[in-house]
Every structure is written in C-alpha cells, then in structure tokens.
Design a binder for this molecule. Structure first.
Ligand code: MN
Length: 136
C-alpha cells in the first residue's frame, strides 16, 4: 500500500483516479485546489504525487517545480496526467521534474502500470518512454 496524493481540479477524474488506486490497495488523497497542494503534500508525505497539468491558480508545471525544490519532497516521484499531446509539452513536463507522463483520457492499464513502476523506483524505464516489455 502506498500513499498517493492526487492534484486534480476535475471531480470525475478525482473519483476515477481514487477508485482505481484504492482498488489496487493504495491510499489516495485528493487536492482540488493546487494552491493547497504543497502544504497537503508536506503533511500527507506521499509515496507518489499524481498531478494534472491544466490547473487553475498554480499550474501543474509550477507545482512540479515547487515539489522538486522542497527539501522534504524533492525525492518523491511525480506522475503528470494531462490532455497535452504535443511533444514539446511532454518535454517541458519532464524537464520540470516529473518522472512519468500519462495522457488523458487515461488508459486504465497504462495508468496502473506507470503507478507500479514509479512506486517500485523504476524511474529510468518510465523516463525513457519505452513500452512495458513482455516478461519472458
Ligand atoms: Mn485540469
């Protein structure tokens, strides 16, 4: 079981992500207002942060940079979830400090796989963007 902080302004996505993570035995906590996200992360001390990019007030990119710059949270893996599809956007997300990127609408299998990889500390594999290879 892992503690996973979700930062997302869309109620339906929050429900989807929380249900999915709870079904996998995790403990999700959701923040809808990104202005509260850093404080929530400090007190919840998550094993993984999942953040939307298109957020009012503090954007997902800003939030990722804030987490990376926070002494307590700097090492926490971050997964960005976004409707962005342009290549430059993905590179900006990764440059800001997210280890992984999943596009909306999410593939449930891809979402769950990426969460597992990040929690297992397999950042490199996720970073390279390679598809999961079949276990032989
Ligand atoms: Mn949004």
């Amino acid at each position: 079981m892992a503690k996973i902080l979700i930062v997302e302004d869309n109620a339906l996505n929050i429900k989807l992500f929380c249900d999915l993570l709870a079904a996998h035995g995790h403990e999700p906590e959701a923040v809808t207002d990104s202005r509260n996200a850093l404080d929530a992360a400090r007190s919840f001390s998550p094993d993984l942060v999942i953040t939307d990019i298109q957020l009012p007030h503090v954007s997902g990119l800003e939030l990722i940079r804030m987490i990376r710059g926070d002494a307590q949270l700097a090492e926490v893996p971050i997964m960005a979830v976004t409707a962005y599809s342009a290549r430059g956007d993905e590179e900006r997300i990764r440059a800001a400090g997210a280890q992984a990127y999943v596009s909306k609408p999410i593939s449930v299998a891809r979402f769950a796989h990426t969460v597992d990889e990040l929690l297992a500390g397999k950042h490199e594999e996720v970073l390279s963007g390679t598809e999961p290879s079949p276990r032989t």
